[in-house]
Design a protein around this ligand. Structure first.
Ligand code: CMC
Length: 428
């Protein structure tokens, strides 16, 4: 047992307990700090604050390690499937053959959406960003599935979880179809989770759609790599929304909204747009110079990470996969030459080395998704589709946590102290 940390205020000394997890840094328990000392802690961006206990995902940012329920991400990417990884994240253990078949079957039985939800899509402009559509339609699920919004009922929580995982590909594909003016395709439950999504996205009713196994495997791996990532901004948003007792559909909609930002899930779209803007290899030095310029707020999108300061293990898997996929599907696009050269220059540049800025998952996923044929506006939607599994696993863990309380951070107030109201005629 680690000795408590002594915390000295003007007139007393407090003992702050030190907690240990199964792996990772120890944690100072400051829950009684305010009651005992009248002081808050200050930690914008939560860089030193653990907001919950969790047994789902572990990251060691210095060593570049990512574990789901203890299993290294590289092994899951090589050997698992997205459905199996989803089961693992939700239930804590890899499924047996029967459990895997039952889970996959259950998810496939929830892929259809209420027919009236299709009308929601028609209310959007055709040029609406698909993430804007996703924020709306996922939140709207709570208006259709009343029988799974009671968060105190474990059966309803399970059904809502299955519904969300199953319906995300259907909604995501509909958002895409709406933007290109093609008819929505109903799910085909004889296909895999990822194969069905590809068909609903790229198929048309007039023709049979044959799922390409190389693309199916690549996309399934991208989904595995994005399935969960500990207490990142969108997951923390889902937990915070859920801490008030909001229903799971509303909580996942909140997560989608947070994910959209370019510093988080929106970086995959921003990274590819940046590669297109750079355009040719000879223009890279200009953009590197801009990224280093303190007076320019331009950043190399797809580089850097709050937690990984060595390398992003997901990016490593995707870097190898990007090459294989591009070779196999024979795509020729100048964007790939720019990506490869940008990566080479940035990895040998002192600025990026000293600040530990490495390509992250969004850098390579954008390149692969572009090769598969997804428009950039869909990239973050695909991230949301995969991350729904992590969000819902974390939400379920939170609901069952006996320590769970409504999330309510405090602040360092720097505004005016109390003062009396002044009549408008007397203000000058
Ligand atoms: N290009 C140029 N400089 C950068 C970059 C970048 N991409 N990222 C960080 N820096 C610099 C930054 O200017 C700062 O310099 P200084 O110390 O001189 O002020 C230093 O590196 C530390 O940056 P920070 O913003 O304090 O670091 P952070 O941990 O708060 O931010 C980040 C992490 C991911 C938001 C940031 O690296 C970034 O904006 N990257 C680009 C967006 C991106 O690719 N995001 C995807 C993250 S991975 C997937 C996900 O989580 O969704």
């Amino acid at each position: 047992m680690t000795q408590p940390i002594k915390f000295q205020t003007e007139n007393k000394t407090l003992d702050l307990p030190v907690l240990s997890g199964s792996v990772g840094p120890q944690v100072v328990d400051i829950r009684k700090l305010y009651a005992d000392s009248g002081m808050f802690t200050y930690d914008p961006g939560f860089t030193s604050t653990a907001a919950c206990e969790s047994a789902i995902t572990y990251i060691d940012g210095d060593k570049g390690i990512l574990l789901h329920r203890g299993y290294p991400i590289e092994q899951l990417a090589d050997h698992s499937s997205f459905m199996e990884t989803a089961y693992l994240l939700m239930n804590g253990e890899l499924p047996t053959t029967t459990q895997n078949a039952d889970f996959t079957h259950t998810i496939s039985r929830h892929t259809m959406i209420h027919e009236q939800l299709a009308m929601f899509f028609r209310g959007f402009r055709r040029d609406a960003h698909p993430m804007a559509i996703m924020c709306g339609v996922v939140g709207a699920l709570s208006a259709f599935y009343h029988d799974s919004t009671d968060i105190n009922d474990p059966v309803q929580r399970t059904i809502a979880s299955h519904r969300l995982i199953a319906k995300m590909p259907t909604l995501a594909a509909m958002a895409y179809k709406y933007s290109v003016g093609q008819p929505f395709l109903y799910p085909d439950n004889s296909l895999s989770y990822t194969g069905n999504f590809l068909r609903m996205t790229f198929g048309v009713p007039a023709e049979d759609y044959v799922v390409d196994p190389i693309i199916e495997k690549a996309l399934d791996t991208i989904f595995i790599l994005h399935a969960d990532h500990e207490q990142n901004a969108s997951t923390s948003t889902v937990r915070l929304a859920g801490s008030s007792g909001a229903n799971p559909f509303a909580c996942i909609a909140a997560g989608i909204a947070c994910l959209w930002g370019p510093a988080h899930g929106g970086a995959n779209e921003a990274a590819l747009n940046m590669l297109r803007e750079i355009g040719t290899v000879d223009r890279i030095p200009h953009y590197i110079a801009r990224a280093k310029d303190k007076d320019d707020n331009f950043r190399l999108m797809g580089f850097g990470h709050r937690v990984y300061k060595n390398y992003d293990p997901r990016a490593k898997v995707l870097q190898a996969m990007a090459k294989q996929v591009l070779d196999k599907i024979h795509v020729k696009d100048p964007v790939f030459d720019v990506a490869r050269e940008l990566e080479r220059i940035a990895l040998s540049d002192d600025y990026f080395i000293s600040k530990k800025l490495y390509p992250n998952v969004d850098f390579y996923s954008g390149v692969i998704l572009n090769a598969i044929g997804f428009p950039t506006s869909m990239f973050t939607v695909l991230f949301a589709l995969a991350r729904t599994v992590g969000w819902i696993a974390q939400w379920n863990e939170m609901i069952q946590d006996p320590e769970q309380k409504i999330g309510r951070p405090r602040q360092l107030y720097t505004g005016a102290p109390a003062r009396d109201y002044v009549e408008i005629a007397k203000r000058g």
